[in-house]
Write a new protein. Sequence first.
Length: 155
Amino acid sequence: MKILVRVPNWLGDAILSIPALQALSTLGGDGVTVVAHKRVRELFEGLPGVNRVLPFERGIPFWLKRRLEQYDLGVLFPLSFSSAFLLAMSGTKERVGYKTEGRGVFLTHPLPLPKDYRKRHLVETYLQLARSLNGEEEREKNIEFRISKYSSRSH
């Protein structure tokens, strides 16, 4: 199964999406392709279960190119209307995300946003999306990081 995941643009939210992203990576043998804004892109490079990171580009041409890659499943962490619209342009067969801002029409499996989502941790909200797809019970929320460009040296 080929999975395309649109992750949040902001660093904090992107970090909080990692446990759900790793849970999603267990669904497909082909790994996960992540679409990430340039400011958070490096966070996902080399992450276990992520086989490719694409830089987010606004506009339909980028998303139409994804049609050629024929993704089976698309998952949206951002709650914006535009993220759902653009994912629909990708031709991804199954599209899952929270039904907000009138974007349910672009999702094949719109999920209701939890009523208490503002009171719960964002990790839980993202994990609920992943759990809806893999049917697993709650998992540990381990976050793995790989630091590539930076090292500390003692002199």
